[in-house]
Design a protein around this ligand. Structure first.
Ligand SMILES: [Zn+2]
Length: 310
């Protein structure tokens, strides 16, 4: 039995996070001094990749000694975990305006946008990169204590920051987003945001709010955006979405009779589709264009149309 009904892009990180090792600074230091340790590299949130082309791309790992030489401070490291051979895998985050592949990382590949590279990367590498990126984006925003305003410093292999004055502990955020396909018997509803590429329709989505269950957030978003009443909610699968730190919770929502209407704030249009129409959309034979395959919305729409929604 697989863990999930679908393995969405950025899911399936193969590393053993070995979180018990994070609290062992001597072990972390020893792995960072170990020639066999692999280090993924980010520069301003962009992963270092190699072999970008028709055959796909790969993450470009460097050795720990080289990473030590180019990473200027403790703040730039995160321990990602152990691979199948028990080798430690870290990531470092570089910043500055000068592209490191023009100097220290010359010949080690190029930096690119993870969102665009994800379909080309092996799924497991995309998932590792998503983890690193999410932690670094959080660390970038958590440099100062939210409680007292003083600087924080990293701890536990980069998975925690501690205030240097009040000792408040800060942990990486993951902000849950509900993303759902409203259904009404044999038809489903897609919505369109004005900012999307021409023709694109997709599932509805919105941030969960404090004090809400997943089901309640789903029903609220459908009521707000499409003016429809939700009768029942079913979970399908989820997706880490590190832009910067979301967890997309994929759902099917059966709604009460009615055509609904776009709110004209989030959505400029809503439209109903039958299963055969959705198959035409997914096949590229329809005026409506689907979300890209890397998006969980695509997974949900396909699962419903193929009758494999579970
Ligand atoms: Zn503080």
């Amino acid at each position: 039995m697989p863990l999930s009904a679908a393995l969405n892009t950025f899911a399936g990180n193969p590393l053993d996070r070995a979180s018990y090792r994070r609290v062992d600074p001597e072990w972390i230091a020893a792995r960072r001094a170990d020639d066999t340790t692999l280090v993924a590299v980010f520069w301003n949130g962009l992963p270092l990749v190699k072999n970008v082309g028709d055959q796909g791309a790969r993450l470009s790992f460097i050795g720990a000694p080289m990473a030590e030489a180019i990473a200027e401070s403790e703040a730039r490291w995160v321990f990602l975990g152990l691979d199948a051979e028990e080798m430690a895998v870290f990531a470092i985050d570089l910043d500055g305006s000068a592209d490191p592949t023009a100097s220290a990382l010359l010949g080690h590949g190029q930096f690119g946008q993870l969102r665009e590279l994800a379909p080309q990367l092996p799924a497991q590498e995309a998932a590792m990169a998503a983890t690193g990126r999410a932690v670094f984006e959080w660390a970038r925003r958590a440099r100062f204590c939210g409680a007292c305003g003083n600087p924080t410093e990293p701890a536990e292999g980069g998975w925690k920051r501690v205030c240097t004055v009040c000792a408040h502990q800060h942990f990486p955020r993951t902000d849950p987003v509900v993303i759902m396909l409203p259904t009404q018997g044999e038809r489903c509803l897609l919505g369109r945001q004005a900012a999307w590429p021409p023709g694109r329709f997709s599932a509805l989505a919105g941030f969960m709010e404090p004090g809400e269950t997943i089901e309640e957030a789903c029903a609220r978003e459908i009521a707000e955006e499409a003016r429809l009443e939700t009768l029942s909610v079913r979970y399908h699968s989820s997706q880490p979405w590190p832009f910067p730190a979301n967890l997309m919770i994929g759902l099917f929502a059966e709604v009460a009779p009615g055509d609904g209407a776009p709110d004209q704030t989030e959505l400029e249009a809503v439209r109903w589709f039958t299963r055969p129409e959705i198959m035409e959309v997914l096949a590229g034979r329809h005026e409506v264009k689907p979300p890209p395959p890397s998006a969980i919305a695509h997974t949900l729409i396909r699962a419903w149309a193929e009758g494999s929604a579970g």
